[in-house]
Design a protein around this ligand. Sequence first.
Ligand code: PRX
Length: 661
Amino acid sequence: MPMRQRRKSRSASPSASTSVDALLSEERSFPPPKTFQARAHLSNGEIYKQAEKNYQAFWARQAQELVWSKPWKKVLQWNPPFAKWFVGGKLNACVNCVDRHIETPLRNKAALIWEGEPGDHRTLTYFDLYREVNKLANGLKSLGIKKGDRVAIYLPLVPEAVISMLACARIGAVHSVVFGGFSAEALRERINDASAKLLITADGGFRRGAIVQLKNAADNAVAGCPSIQNVVIVRRTNNEINMHPVRDHWYHDLVKNQSGHCKAEAMDVEDMLFILYTSGSTGKPKGIMHTTGGYLTGVNYTTKYVFDLKPDDVFWCTADVGWVTGHSYLVYGPLSNAATCVMYEGSPDWPERNRFWKIIEKYGVTIFYTAPTAIRQFMKWGTQWPDGCELSTLRLLGSVGEPINPEAWIWYHKYIGRGKCPIVDTWWQTETGSILISPLPGVTSLKPGSATKPLPGIEAKVLNESGKEIKVGGGYLALTRPWPSMLRGIYGDPQRYKSTYWNRWGGKYYFTGDGAKKDEDGYYWLLGRVDDIMLVAGHNISTMEVESALVDHPSVAESAVVGITDEIKGQAIAAFVTLKEGNKPGPEAEEDLKQHVVTKIGAIARPKKVIFSNDLPKTRSGKIMRRLLRDIAEGRALGDVTTLADSSVVAALKVKYEEET
Ligand code: PRX
């Protein structure tokens, strides 16, 4: 099986690594701390038994935590691979995240505590949020947005991003948030795929003290988007921008005279809430569709139990709303639970490398949820940064996006959690909508590097190629029964939905694309992707997507892209490129190609290495031999290379590989 190797040991800063190594060698398992357990929502495994007794009744109980304007008739209608949950019910996601709280004393509780990168700061109570969302919802209606219309959102991490999502949900419009780091071309492709009618963007955003020119990128994108009728612009950075006289509207002008009340649409439970694009193994991103009731049930339930959320918690999920983690654990999960959420616009090292720890100190964050790539970066920067900050309010830590290597886990536990906070390593995907494999912090004994076990209500198995379950050992991770927050399809492409997720075992099980190993205790160890998707800093990027960007450059004849091990990002991108006759390889060409990928996709897809090669190793059927390329790029096959001018070298390696396999 072409499974990605488990990452080898990485060392952190010298002072940290010694003690981390010592801790690791103890092979510890971490039971829930007694003080944590005593206060936890769940402190024993009873809930697993309840869920297994009748999983549909279990999910129905979780759905009852939401407010419904019409009750459902049937819990599950399963017509593989198409599921409908809570059939016949009606509800509104915005009402569940906002309205229901303002009718209670929660009205004046902080919903969002936001800090901008330059240090500005806003707190919105649930009532403030209600007011802002209603005004924008009316504003969107005044621009002709109706139930079912798609609205694209391309914003920095400012409160208006959350307000925009909720305003769409309120009037039944489908939001498609595009990460602000994506390029104009990537934005255009996503807008066109969804035929979005309106775009919400900003003049700019702050990143490491500089202004990211979002409006420029939006203008370039929209020039090729016939479906866009209006663009709404949040004033954030005050830089000069071009305003199209008819199409463009300032956000503040649009909402200024709107009423603070807007009727919420009663949505059918299976009406679409949002589309979110994720990379697929072809170059074209997949518009993952999530609907209202099932999605909300999944995120509401997991936020409460995985994060053991209590009314007095201050919850900080560091993800941007451009990713599913931001959708589920910055917006819909915490707000439907009436949490207080911290939101930070900028970079963790601005103006200094302790910015995150300063934010935790300032707002008294109690639950902190971030990604392994960030943790490894913090390890590298050293413990002096968190050491100087007051982190004693923290009581629970979380990790998401890629496997967390045990060294990073231990470091996080020791230096951020100060040895007293459980860590929830949460496995899930854009497609799954909510966390599926994770510890319950008051119940589960933790093993550093393992996401532990499927949550109550979820059934996941490790299977071999022919669908036989592997009780102990490695194989493919499959989800073997439907769950409420599962994707409902790929926008406009039901065939691709079937072939991507349901083909491997004859339509019976959902294929996650991940490899996993189960140990003797039934713990799951995620092993990374088994397809052509790379996880760069925890973000999905397909090899094909980058290859298409490269061959789009006039000098490139052919390209092959592989993910290589990277100390901080988990994986980085290495691109093998064959140039067309008459083009010269070299540092200039390399930089030019890297920049071209940034322009086509965005900075997250910038290749770390470009290796020029006269020949790309392919099998007889024309498949690129990625394992060989990985070995070359990581220096195992040839040592450090930047140009493989002599094609006989690659040809010889290819023969050797073919003989081996
Ligand atoms: O490979 C798994 C990895 O991230 C993929 C999903 O990526 P995306 O849809 O962008 O969603 C990321 C945030 C949920 C998965 O197929 N992944 C995510 N979390 C973990 C993980 N791998 C191991 N451990 C995790 N905790």
